[in-house]
Each structure stands twice: as C-alpha cells, then as structure tokens.
Design a protein around this ligand. Structure first.
Ligand code: CP
Length: 307
C-alpha cells in the first residue's frame, strides 16, 4: 500500500490508514535509525530546514534523519540572517527555497505559515510547528511511541496534562488519536483547557473525554500520561505566565502511589512539570519518545522523497 504524501501540514489531513502505514514504515526504519544498517536512499536530495522559532528536537532530528539517509541539509535558524529581514515576502521566499531544495521543513510562530508556504512551493512542505496550531510530525512520533510502548492504540485511555490551550503537540496528537477507539482525560487549569475545536471533534466522533484540574486524580487508571509545559512564549505577559508556572509537577511518588503502570510521555522541552526523580523509572518514555523522532522522520522523508 502506498500513499501520496506531498505535504504534511496538519493532523486533520492524516487518516487512520495513513497513520498505520507510517507506523509500519517507521518500524522498517528502526535498524537505520539505530545505525545497525546504512542507506543512501536520499543521496543527491536536499532538505531545507527553516526554523523561525527555537527548536532542538524537531530541527535536529529531521536533519539527522536526512543525513542518515544520505541526503544533505541547508538550514535557517535565525530569520535575521535572511532577506525576510530586508522585507522579502513569504511567497517569494517559498518560491526561491523550493527551487533550491527538494523538501522544506518550516517552523514559525504564526498559525498557517506552513500552509501559505505549501501553496506557493514547488517542493513538498512539512509543518515543523506553526504557533499554537499544529505539529503533525510530533503527533506521528507520539503515536508511534504509544504503539511501541503499549503494543497498540485501540482501547487505551490517554491523559494529557498542562497548557492544553496554547500547546500544539497535545492537540495535534488528540486530533490524530481521534481516528482510534480511545478515551481522553484532559488535566489543565480551566484557563488553559483543551482547545474547543478538539473537544468538538471528539464529541462529533463519539470519543469520550473528561476534564479535571487535579493531576493526582487525573493520573489514576490511565494508560498514558502526556505531560506538557506551560507555554511561556504564548502568554501576553510574564505575570500571566507566572500564575500557572509549576501548576503540575509529576513526581516518582505520585506514579508509584497512584498508577505504577502508567507510561509517561512529554514532547519536551520540560521545565518543571516532570521531576527528575521520574527519569529512572521504566515508566519514563520521554527520551525514548524523542529518539523515535529520528525513526519516524526517516520514514516520512523516505515516503515523500524516496524511490
Ligand atoms: N518537541 C519539540 O517540538 O521540541 P523542539 O521545540 O525542541 O523542536
């Protein structure tokens, strides 16, 4: 079975069949990501990584994936070093970049920039995160992580905790998981509750979800807890952010007392929402999750650019 992935812009566009195909393809790339096998499948191909917002994992795992498949990378990590600084339009930038590169990965603080880029670009565009909206490849690697950690997706109850209003990872994943038979528990202060559009989608698809502000109660009985940070950069003022900073901190004792079997995920970076005393527990899947980013992104680059 093959799927034509020209662009990857939003998890709204990814069906269950497509997600399953990506999971299966990622499994085939495990030995390449682990350096047990090598490949030059993308030799001669160039990936442009255009990051107009900070990133460690997304940019560097995409670049690692491209290099491990024999391809090359050109990068922007500071917009002030590009002609955008001189006033060049997004459209012209997209036009130029798509003549230089075979594929473009873009992150930008403004919602919808990846879509605008894709509308003009002659090369495939991957959304590496657009403001508070979408981070589709994070959702795919999160799905792959759940699949690996739990052996499947259907039947699971997934808790998501933290800043569910501003965060793009939890909502992108919830939209993708809405293709499965799952239940959700959203743990957030009411001011930072899960986005209305996501809750409307779940209601329309008859997917059960509960909301609570209490982490100690929210962790009980779930298969996965997906922690997220309070998104400092999305608040109007530092005072507003300070009101919520440190709202939830997951400690080892809480896991041992309330749910010793739970799998703990986090898209990272973490600030203070998972105490380091959790790191040694087998439950802690967040560094394995980040590692899965290379595997899944190898699979995606191969599916889009490979033979
Ligand atoms: N998870 C994630 O998007 O991390 P970065 O911001 O470091 O890319």
């Amino acid at each position: 079975m093959m799927y034509d992935f020209r662009h990857i812009l939003s998890t709204y566009d990814i069906s269950r069949d497509q997600a399953e195909f990506i999971i299966q393809t990622a499994k085939e790339f495990e030995p390449y990501a682990k350096k047990e096998k090598s490949s030059d499948q993308l030799k001669g191909k160039v990936m442009a990584s255009l990051f107009y917002e900070p990133s460690t994992r997304t940019r560097l795992s995409f670049e690692t994936a491209m290099l491990r498949l024999g391809g090359s990378v050109i990068s922007v990590t500071d917009p002030n070093t590009t002609s955008l600084f001189k006033g060049e339009s997004w459209g012209d930038t997209a036009n130029m970049m798509s003549q230089f590169a075979d594929i473009i990965v873009i992150r930008h603080p403004e919602i919808g920039v990846a879509q605008k880029f894709a509308a003009v670009s002659k090369a495939p565009v991957i959304n590496g995160g657009d403001g508070m909206s979408q981070h589709p490849t994070q959702a795919l690697l999160d799905l792959y992580t759940i699949y690996k950690e739990r052996g499947g997706i259907d039947g699971l109850t997934i808790a998501m905790s933290g800043d569910l209003k501003h965060g793009r990872t939890a909502s992108s994943l919830a939209i993708l998981l809405a293709n499965y038979n799952v239940k959700f528990r959203f743990i957030a202060p009411k001011e930072l509750a899960m986005k209305r559009e996501v809750k409307d989608l779940l209601t329309a698809k008859n997917i059960q979800f509960e909301e609570t502000e209490n982490l100690e109660e929210g962790i009980v009985g779930v298969d996965i807890i997906y922690m997220t940070r309070i998104q400092k950069e999305r608040f109007e003022s530092i005072e507003e952010y300070e009101k919520f900073k440190g709202t939830y901190v997951l400690h080892r004792k809480l896991i041992e007392d309330k749910n010793p079997d739970v799998i703990v995920m986090h898209p990272l970076p973490r600030i203070d929402e998972i105490h380091p005393d959790v790191d040694d527990l087998p439950n802690a899947a967040y560094f394995r999750q980040a590692g899965n980013g290379v595997t899944v992104r190898m699979a995606l680059l191969s599916m889009i650019l490979g033979a």
